[in-house]
Design a protein around this ligand. Sequence first.
Ligand code: FAD
Ligand code: SF4
Length: 507
Amino acid sequence: MTRLILVLGDQLTPDIAALRAARPDDTIVMAEVMAEGTYAPHHPQKIALILSAMRHFAEGLRADRRTVAYSRLDDPDNTQSITGEIIRRAAETGATDVIATAPGDWRLRQALADCPIPVTQLPDDRFLCSEADFAAWTEGRKQLRMEFFYREMRRKTGLMMDGDKPAGGQWNFDHDNRKPAKPDLFRPRPPRFAPDAITEEVLTLVETRFPAHFGAARPFGWAVTRADALTALDHFARHALPTFGDEQDAMLRDDPTLSHALISPYLNLGLLSPMEICTRVQAEWRAGRVPINAAEGFIRQIIGWREFVRGIWALEGPDYTTRNALNHSRALPPLFWGAPTRMACLSHAVAQTRDMAYAHHIQRLMVTGNFALLAGVDPAQVHDWYLSVYIDAFEWVEAPNTIGMSQFADGGVVGSKPYVSSGAYIDRMSDYCGGCAYAVKEKSGDRACPFNPLYWHFLIRHRDRFAANPRMAQMYRTWDRMDEAHRARVLTDADAFLARLDSGAPV
Ligand code: FAD
Ligand code: SF4
């Protein structure tokens, strides 16, 4: 009896668990459905990337003589939900059970669990640390810190190790990283891939079906096949990796990608694997073509941060996205959806996001995330925004980064302190402030950079929670030493700014 093998849009890996379990007479089910395109208003480039990559992947399966029941978004019989399509395909084939790889999204895990045709959800073993191993690592630990998890992962994978010692004698070379960057016309740009006929067809479909979503489907230059994703990796390894560490935290108005890899969408869809990426990066370092701070810093992002946040997501469970430890309730300001703002950093980060469906980590964390946190925006709304607008956003990775790292809404599970800063950090790491209507050096008054009063406002409204945190105590001492009239002015300015934000007036 044929069984159904479900392959979701971010499970495009030929040896993924469900496909490994498939027998020759099983039917592989792949479905483009409106429910997945609209549970959040995803960026049109993200939808197009997923649909085109799915169509290319299905072609590969058919070329391997596998039976694929593929539902296109505009098929008249499409029920437009994953479980609806499972039921439809089961009726067509007579299948009575389904093998799936567990989705990285609690909503879909539940939908599969509730499906009237029994679905076996196999663990997704494309991660280097399984959910069970991560849970075991957390046992007996009061605090979960990425750095210690990362060291375990170095030992486990053997990456950047000389025997049982870290290569170069240190686990972490971050003191050599995180420098500001200068505009450089000759800095290599990530490759773009011209849409083929399949992608063109998908782009038109996405433009027709999702016309109101933030951003445009075209111009579209993302890789939609493993072959092109490998080209993107090769380009990064040869051209941008050497300066990855140095420029990791820098932000430039006219250079949205700097030395970043832009490979998260390919990794998250399953076109590339974490180990092959890290092995390649390590080889570049061992061959003497890239410095150790770049190779180590990059590998840490993948086997450290990426695996760590996935473990947290699995551990913390379905209610994680509703956490709100700081009780923030402000509505997400319209500037996040492109409404005009005089704040140059936010204006650049949001415009870039609209145009490319991409912003790098520091733009997400220290510009948009920092602003939302300082302004006290409801973390659920912030989560919905990040999940919608970024090409690489899937709940298992987006939620811990947003709810945890960026908004501290999990109360300190991901990070030991909130990532907040005044305008000085953005000024140091970017060239945004030079073109801004606000003055970054002014601490109060109408022209003062809004990050400055908001920073203190945040610290003061959450003093009870953070004053005892050893990593934050110094900031409270600085505040307490300030002149009282100045402190009152700063808080009044912050209140006035927040009132303007709430009124819908441009800020
Ligand atoms: P690079 O800077 O070149 O880094 C290399 C790789 O390291 C990335 O491709 C990614 O796979 C991995 N990586 C780096 N940092 C992280 C991290 N904190 N968590 C997980 N992986 C990491 N990443 C996503 O993949 N999807 C998301 O939805 C997502 N949402 C985020 C939301 C917020 C608020 C923040 C602060 C970060 C988020 N990140 C997310 C992490 C990070 O910003 C992106 O992985 C990175 O910007 C992707 O671009 P890149 O490939 O050029 O990365
Ligand atoms: Fe952003 Fe403030 Fe700099 Fe303007 S002055 S770009 S608001 S940090």
